[in-house]
Design a binder for this molecule. Structure first.
Ligand code: FDA
Length: 299
């Protein structure tokens, strides 16, 4: 459904869908996202901003996206928020003009560096994996304030981590949100979880062995986070050796509890009007969310 063009236009117009999306988004405009970030900071939780939209069809849309993030960083500085940003390369025009998309990414990284922020690159479907990693390899040497998302469900990810280690990278590890074929991806929940843990251990061991590496566990799977912390502590590290990133509206009480327990937590705040494909992936992760949407129809 995330790729269905008709639904993409019509679903967001339905009142009950608009009501349901409020659970995962503080609002469609920047102001709502800024207010949410300020409130999270009062609980000791940092944030990452992502302006929703992907696969733009005209290069001037990509220019607008870049402009939006540049203005956003001024707003963040004005409000003294330590928030970071996370972008999709297809939103910056990767499909239309890769060199221009790279130029936009560099501008964002330069601006972010001036206020001590990190720019994260989201990972999209597997058609983009290699190009996204290649962009990061090109960007990282001159822009150490950049990070890349990698997906534990892809069979290739352990070799991608090893490939990136010499760059001293920042890696946000997620399970993966796209429908990928079994030839390239683990499909069962158990296999994905085992892969996630093995990759986490690979990264934590690299840090223990003296590698420079920033690790963010992008997951709501608190059991996995606790297993990662147990592994770190068995090797003499504290839990702040890694960060935990979660999505706005998902397990908010766990986010606060973990922050209180000494974990470094950031919440990814998504906002903007182009929320349809992103929202469909959130529904697919947890079918109970579909009932939540339908329940909005009830008085
Ligand atoms: P899992 O799906 O096993 O969920 C663990 C528990 O968390 C569930 O039992 C449930 O309680 C809760 N939960 C999880 N998802 C929920 C939902 N939608 N609604 C309600 N409860 C839910 N993917 C990608 O392919 N590219 C990317 O760039 C990113 N970026 C990204 C950034 C950040 C900060 C996060 C947290 C996630 C992503 N993702 C992503 C999405 C990721 O790949 C994955 O689909 C989701 O995080 C869900 O997987 P979990 O790791 O939470 O585990």
């Amino acid at each position: 459904m995330a790729g269905n063009a008709w639904l993409r236009v019509h679903f967001p117009r339905l009142w009950f869908a608009r009501r349901a999306i409020r659970r995962f988004m503080p609002g469609e405009d920047t102001e709502a996202a800024l207010t949410a970030a300020a409130s999270l900071e009062s609980f000791g939780i940092g944030s990452v901003f992502t302006h929703l939209g992907e696969n733009v069809t005209r290069i001037d849309e990509a220019a607008d996206v870049a402009e939006h993030y540049l203005t956003l960083m001024d707003d963040l500085s004005r409000r003294e928020l330590r928030s970071e940003i996370s972008v999709k390369l297809t939103q910056l025009g990767l499909d239309l003009d890769p060199e221009r998309a790279y130029g936009y990414l560099e501008r964002l990284a330069e601006k972010a560096s001036a206020s001590g922020r990190t720019v994260w690159i989201d990972m999209e479907g597997s058609a983009y994996t290699e190009r996204t990693i290649a962009f990061y390899e090109r960007l990282r040497p001159d822009h150490p304030n950049t990070g890349l998302c990698l997906q534990a469900y892809l069979r290739r990810t352990s070799s991608d981590i090893r490939r990136l280690l010499p760059l001293g990278p920042a890696i946000r590890l997620v399970k993966g949100a796209y429908a990928e074929p079994a030839a390239i991806a683990f499909r069962s929940r158990h296999e994905v979880d085992e892969s996630y843990l093995a990759l986490t251990v690979l990264m934590l061991d690299a840090i223990r062995d003296g590698r420079r590496l920033r690790v963010a566990l992008g997951t709501h799977d608190v059991g996995l986070v606790e297993r990662a912390a147990a592994h770190a502590s068995a090797h003499g590290s504290t839990k702040s050796v890694f960060e935990v990133h979660m999505l706005y509206g998902i397990r908010p009480d766990e986010q606060r509890r973990l922050a209180g327990a000494g974990y470094v937590i950031r919440t990814l705040i998504a906002y903007g009007t182009h929320w349809y494909p992103w929202y469909m992936r959130r529904l697919a992760e947890r079918p109970a969310n579909v009932w939540f949407v339908l329940r909005q129809l009830l008085p």
